[in-house]
Design a protein around this ligand. Structure first.
Ligand code: C2E
Ligand code: MG
Ligand code: MG
Length: 722
């Protein structure tokens, strides 16, 4: 037997947990010593062996112990012929006879044979018989043979097992290799060779080191060896290098082989390539833990991470930022889901870019993301990161070849002060996020206990807002605009007011964002347009000269499409000339879906309706971008006007906007003009119109009508030359 076969046997036994050579323990007996015959039969009984003699001359065969071995009632005596005809299997006769003859002729030291014998139950049992010539005639001719026999099933089973295990090892999918105790290959099965890419002759006598991969440190392999030396066994995953230089992840079981004295002679290794399995496992784990669209950890994984964090970190502070993309639903509805998906992917990319470690981000669902902020978390660090995230979204995203603006609103909650459990933490970060939305979006808010009340306030407000139209709780007020060229009131902006039965007066800054978030703005916006134009109709009927009524439009209405069509219908219904209407839309509304916005603007313009960009300067659109749009007016945001007389930068910006707008053929309105100084500055910069408390607060319809009729510009403020 080769070393391989020997070791193979050992490992086969190891693998199958099969201990061969079931021990046959002689039963200890302590009876008084009897006759020689008795002693013999006891000994035989104890050992399970039988004893036979064959007298050649008389051809008489005696078998003692037949009761033990073959189940006969007592010992049997038969003639040689009878033995052959009745007891020995036909297929074995020649072999047994041949071996006997050989021995009798003096050609062998012993007679030894294995053959089938009929037992007391008439079934065949394999027995192994051994014996030799014990007496001879004076001339040396053999006269008597004697020997023992025993059931050979065990030996045969062992033999069969040996052959089977060799075949198994040879055909096993796992690689099996045997090394000596200094880790040099002694043998390997075909699977092992196939796995490692070596030919048998290339591998033999080589150190196992040739399979070491650089994916582990040298220390790792040393540790494995140290463990083998100590415990005699090692199992685990190990990267191995093929002959080609490729690495594969192996599942390895290494065990020592001991000789009969218990001394270690070899190691046997069973090796399986688990790279694919690992890959599949990894893929499964990935699918379970990561979001397929963005590749970010998903909600389940976030919860897992949070749990881990809370369990291992004790009360170590960390922050959870909850981020929601503003008005995403409407972009998704208007651009289509494929574009929506692309937008989410890009948003995820921006977020990852800022946060750095993808593992700390998660896509919580829909357009919601979370960021876990750990380490040295003071509020400055956390809020700086949130500010960076907002900055990262300042520029538009390219989706389907067009620019789309999207801003996030972020809520922050700290563990453990603002939530000891995962659910509390998430709920509070979410509440803070809603607060950020309520404060005009594109901002972050830190959770405070007050927000919990706000959350229920919000729910109350939403249900109240849904009823507001039916309950007739909405009205419009009108804030006049003054032309600095003519000194006349040229228009008025229609502004929504809501007096709720339950909540009292709610400012637009509170209910407009909520209406946009819930989609209610579609109804509210349409109502405002109809209401403003029916007011215009009434004013016209009462003899008021044509002024422009400015109606604010939300991005949600623009992205929905069909807006210009609706405007056209309402104008026709009221039989009003389009000169009565102006549409105000904010820069950010434009950028949500620039393609559709510019199409809508073009449609409105072709109806003869004027279009103004509201809150100009607070977004990031440039004037040259506006050049491509068919707009008429820009409204300089109140925040710049506020800076006049205080802030040189604001003054410079204001005059630049006026200059550039004029060079593009646009007229300029300054909003929120509160003081005469502001007015004088604006007049000096050639601003076209002003709106603000200096001129008038938003007025009830009747008061506005009177205001328009009666207005006279204070002397000394009229522009020279107009
Ligand atoms: P906006 O379109 O920029 O409207 C101008 C806001 O500035 C109005 O606030 C107005 O009352 C206020 N304002 C005007 N002059 C002054 C001033 O001199 N000083 C100060 N401090 N404020 C001044 P309001 O009415 O609270 O509306 C806030 C915003 O709500 C509006 O900003 C507009 O974006 C939105 N909004 C109002 N009505 C509607 C509407 O019918 N539809 C839509 N989509 N949005 C509306
Ligand atoms: Mg406005
Ligand atoms: Mg404005």
């Amino acid at each position: 037997m080769t070393a391989f076969e020997l070791s193979a046997l050992a490992i086969a036994a190891l693998l199958a947990g099969f201990a061969f050579g079931r021990s046959r323990r002689p039963q200890a007996r302590s009876e008084p010593v009897g006759s020689a015959d008795e002693r013999l039969s006891w000994a035989l009984w104890g050992s399970g062996d039988g004893f036979w003699t064959w007298d050649i001359k008389s051809d008489e065969l005696k078998s003692a112990g037949a009761e033990t071995v073959l189940g006969f009632a007592r010992e049997i005596t038969v003639s040689g012929r009878e033995w052959r005809d009745r007891f020995v299997h036909r297929d074995d006769i020649d072999r047994v006879g041949g071996a006997l003859d050989q021995h009798v002729r003096g050609e062998t030291e012993h007679f030894e044979a294995e053959y089938r014998l009929r037992d007391a139950k008439n079934s065949w049992v394999w027995i192994r018989a051994r014996g030799r010539v014990v007496t001879r005639d004076p001339d040396g001719t053999p006269r008597t043979l004697a020997g023992i026999y025993r059931i050979a099933e065990q030996e045969r089973a062992d033999e069969a097992w040996r052959r089977t295990s060799e075949a198994v090892i040879r055909h096993m999918l796992e690689g099996v290799a045997v090394t000596d105790t200094s880790y040099h290959f002694v043998s390997a099965n075909p699977a092992f060779l196939k796995l490692t890419g070596y030919a048998n002759e290339e591998l033999l006598a080589q150190p196992t080191m040739i399979l070491d991969s650089s994916q582990h440190s040298a220390q790792f392999y040393q540790d494995v060896r140290r463990e083998l030396e100590g415990r005699g066994a090692w199992s685990g995953e190990m990267w191995q290098r093929r002959r080609s230089g490729d690495d594969f992840l192996a599942w390895l079981q290494i065990a020592e082989v001991l000789n009969s004295e218990g001394k270690r002679t070899n190691f046997v290794a069973v090796i399986a390539d688990v790279t694919d399995r690992k890959r599949a496992e990894h893929r499964l784990r990935y699918l379970a833990h990561y979001d397929a669209l963005t590749g970010l950890p998903n909600r389940a994984f976030l919860r897992h991470r949070l749990r881990q964090r809370i369990e291992s970190g004790g009360s170590t502070r960390f922050a959870l930022a909850f981020l929601d993309l503003d008005r995403f639903k409407h972009i998704n509805d208007s651009l289509g889901h494929a574009a929506g998906d692309e937008l989410l992917r890009q948003a995820a990319r921006r977020l990852t870019h800022v946060v750095g470690n993808k593992e700390n981000i998660a896509r919580f669902g829909g357009d919601e993301f979370t960021v876990m902020i750990t380490g040295d978390v003071n509020s400055e660090v956390v809020e700086n990161l949130c500010a960076e995230i907002l900055d990262a979204f300042a520029g538009p995203l390219m989706v389907d070849g067009q620019e789309v603006a999207i801003s996030p609103s972020i809520g922050i909650a700290y563990y453990p002060d603002q939530g000891r459990s995962i659910d509390d933490l998430l709920r509070n970060a979410d509440a803070a996020m809603y607060d950020a939305k309520a404060r005009g979006r594109n901002t972050y808010r830190v959770y405070s206990a007050r927000l919990a009340e706000d959350a229920s306030d919000r729910t109350r407000m939403e249900s109240a807002l849904r009823k507001s139209l039916d309950r007739d709780e909405l009205r419009l007020v009108y804030q006049p605009k003054l032309s600095l060229r003519s000194g006349r009131i040229t228009g008025a902006e229609a502004l929504l007011r809501w007096r709720s039965a339950e909540l009292g007066h709610v400012p637009p800054s509170k209910f407009i964002p909520m209406a946009e978030e819930t989609g209610l703005i579609l109804q509210l916006g349409e109502w405002a347009l109809r209401q403003a134009l029916s007011q215009a109709r009434a004013w016209k009927d009462s003899g008021l000269p044509e002024i422009r009524i400015a109606v604010n439009v939300s991005s949600v209405q623009l992205t929905r499409g069909g807006y210009a069509e609706m405007v056209k219908n309402v104008l026709e219904n009221m039989a009003l000339s389009p000169g009565w209407l102006e549409i105000e839309l904010t820069e950010s509304a434009l950028m949500v879906d620039p393609k559709r916005a510019s199409a809508t603007i073009a449609d409105l313009r072709s109806l003869g309706v004027k279009v103004a960009i509201d809150d100009f300067g607070t977004g990031y659109s440039s004037l040259s971008y506006l050049r491509g749009l068919a707009i008429d007016t820009v409204k300089i945001d109140k925040s710049f006007v506020d800076g006049i007389e205080h802030n040189v930068d604001d003054e410079v910006l204001t005059s630049t906007i006026v200059l550039m707008a004029h060079s593009l053929g646009l007229s300029v309105v300054a909003e929120g003009v509160e003081t005469e100084q502001q007015l004088r500055f604006l007049r000096g910069e050639n601003c076209d119109e002003v709106q603000g408390y200096w001129l008038a607060r938003p007025l009830e319809a009747d008061a506005c009508r009177t205001f328009v009729f009666d207005y006279r510009m204070p002397r000394g403020l009229v522009l020279a030359g107009s």
